[in-house]
Design a protein around this ligand. Structure first.
Ligand SMILES: Nc1ncnc2c1ncn2[C@@H]1O[C@H](COP(=O)(O)OP(=O)(O)OP(=O)(O)O)[C@@H](O)[C@H]1O
Length: 216
């Protein structure tokens, strides 16, 4: 079950409101898309929802509990993929996944199997032993996306996940997102590209002037 709610969110940057009084709820099986022009605050909103930013008005609750009070449970329940890939260029894809897993503090008994399965899902098995710095931009993004396959968690928070991904990769990622929602998860994403086959259940449209609409 997923119940992510945000109430009366507001963020100021350089004396400018990126958004204010923004309220939304994302539930089981739902896909939420955050839209808006460059600089309108999409990444900022996603980071607020993740709990990575603390200087904001309003509140975010996970399963009805403020995220500040449910920090461990919330961290264990989500995967956040940032705008940057967050992968280490000197490490191989496998080492990156192992490092990500290690930082997350999960048990390591079946780690190798999980990493290979995740790399297989993103089509990178043949590149498993190359430093990520030698991979293309799209392949580097795929290393980041492999994290989605390491472990089943209910909530995916994805900032521009389609960046640098080729056409078949976009369709594949859309399939993963749909399957995740059908399994009872939920996804919040930002994307400049139009979604090809996915239809969001709700859109948060930031207008770049401090205003917004939540469209269901
Ligand atoms: N920590 C910060 N301190 C000051 N200003 C910031 C900070 N983080 C973001 N901003 C500003 O807030 C605005 C919104 O940034 P944000 O990255 O959320 O926009 P975005 O909608 O994701 O943009 P893009 O579509 O270009 O990725 C920008 O003008 C940015 O400069």
């Amino acid at each position: 079950m997923v119940h992510l709610s945000a109430c009366a969110l507001g963020v100021m940057r350089d004396e400018r409101a990126l958004f204010k009084d923004l309220t939304l709820t994302v539930g089981t099986g739902q896909l939420c898309r955050i839209e808006g022009p460059n600089g309108s605050g999409k990444t900022t909103l996603l980071r607020v929802l993740c709990g990575l930013i603390s200087d904001y008005d309003g509140g975010v609750c996970w399963q009805g509990t403020p995220i500040e009070k449910a920090r461990h449970a919330y961290a264990a329940a989500l995967v956040y993929l940032g705008h940057r890939t967050g992968v280490k260029m000197a490490l191989t894809p496998i080492e990156n996944l192992q490092a990500f897993w290690g930082l997350s503090g999960y048990p390591t008994s079946d780690l190798d199997e999980r990493c290979w399965r995740a790399l297989d899902a993103v089509g990178l098995v043949a590149f498993a032993d190359l430093p990520v710095g030698q991979l293309s931009a799209g392949q580097q993004r795929r290393v980041a996306l492999a994290r989605l396959h390491l472990r089943e968690v209910p909530l995916w928070l994805l900032d521009e996940p389609f960046t640098a991904v080729d056409q078949s990769g976009v369709l594949q990622l859309e399939t993963w997102i749909r399957a995740h929602c059908e399994r009872g998860g939920a996804v919040v994403l930002t994307s400049h590209q139009p979604l090809v086959e996915l239809k969001p259940d709700l859109c948060v449209c930031l207008d770049g002037q401090g205003g917004h609409r939540v469209v269901t």
